[in-house]
Design a binder for this molecule. Structure first.
Ligand SMILES: Nc1ncnc2c1ncn2[C@@H]1O[C@H](COP(=O)(O)OP(=O)(O)OP(=O)(O)O)[C@@H](O)[C@H]1O
Length: 316
């Protein structure tokens, strides 16, 4: 349903996305996961024909985004981070406008509006101006606007922005149901847990490049071990050197002045030796935890740095 073949986009010779190649199948929920500035929105804008592809090629719903933009636009829904509603109009008027833009009959607009409003729980606010909506209500209207013309492919930038936990849970369930009925969904997020819960497959993107692409489970299993997090109190010293030659320790990463995380194979057997090494090196362990890897850990392992903060550093 979506195919990218070596797609790149530059701004003044600086790559925003570089050499992206992947496919998304019909009914699949595909997550583009990465920190701010990674190139997620640029990818969506290229696929929705809002930005021209400069090199490589891409097809959406069987149409080339460069040569057949009109056909691509007829087959897709796009829900941007900010949404597309007119705040001065009511929700119903916004839906009517979009329906007419897509050439739907008044009867079809009425039926689709009633059904989407019920599912997204906005029926009782449809006749109020959008400027009076809460963030979550507006987000749900954005989604109704994106789905009104029954697209075959839905693009969503940061789907759950502004939603409270219950609305977020409901929305993720609804998106899964839509995909179960054959809708293909490509969404962006910087939230690792959202990608984990929602996506069938995830592409982790950093500085415009794909650094990992697989199912969330496969990505997490690729780390082959647990994550050991240690707090050693303020020291000038890093934990990396005392652990340098231990073959079962990988990717030691300093989270803050006191905190470190690392991958550890067979943690039950190997943690005692780690503690012994650190104690001999004169370090005091204040606290520790051993957890299963998350997509956050996958990101750190593949890029060597933490996804959100830039003040951390790789030490091994
Ligand atoms: N119009 C533009 N002119 C110059 N640089 C741009 C432009 N649009 C995007 N960029 C740059 O391209 C890179 C990718 O931006 P993009 O908006 O795709 O990132 P993102 O992953 O969606 O980030 P966020 O999560 O913050 O929305 C960034 O370095 C950004 O500064």
């Amino acid at each position: 349903m979506i195919t990218l073949d070596h797609v790149s986009r530059f701004y003044k010779e600086v790559p925003a996305v570089e050499d992206l190649t992947f496919r998304v199948e019909k009914g699949e929920i595909f997550g583009l996961l990465g920190p701010s500035g990674a190139g997620k929105t640029t990818t969506i804008r290229l696929l929705t024909t809002l930005l021209p592809v400069q090199s490589g090629s891409a097809q959406v719903a069987g149409h080339d985004v460069t040569k057949a933009g009109k056909q691509v636009r007829a087959n897709i829904g796009y829900i941007s981070q900010t949404g597309s509603s007119d705040r001065t109009r009511t929700g119903r008027a916004n839906l009517r406008l979009i329906g007419r833009l897509y050439g739907l009959s008044d009867a079809a607009i009425k039926t689709r509006t009633a059904s989407l409003a019920t599912i997204l729980q906005i029926t009782d606010i449809l006749d109020r101006r959008v400027s009076t909506y809460s963030g979550g209500q507006k987000r749900r209207l954005d989604i109704a606007l994106g789905l009104l013309h029954q697209p075959t492919v839905l693009f969503m930038d940061e789907p759950t922005t502004g939603l409270d936990p219950q609305n977020r849970k409901d929305l993720l369930q609804y998106l899964k149901k839509l995909a179960g009925n054959g809708l293909t969904i490509l969404f962006t997020t910087h939230l690792m847990d959202e990608a984990d819960v929602l996506a069938d497959r995830v592409s982790i993107i950093d500085q415009g490049k794909i650094v990992a692409l697989d199912t969330p489970d496969h990505l997490k299993q690729s780390l082959q071990g647990d994550i050991l997090t240690l707090s050693i109190g303020a020291h000038d010293q890093t934990v990396a050197s005392p652990l340098d030659d231990l073959p079962y320790i990988r990717n030691v990463h300093q989270l803050s002045a006191e905190d470190f995380r690392m991958e550890i194979a067979d943690s039950a057997a190997n943690v005692p030796e780690v503690f012994q090494r650190l104690t001999i090196a004169g370090l005091t362990i204040h606290s520790f935890s051993i957890t299963k890897p998350t997509l956050n850990d996958v990101f750190i392992a593949r890029t060597g740095h933490a996804p959100i903060t830039s003040d951390t550093q790789e030490t091994k």
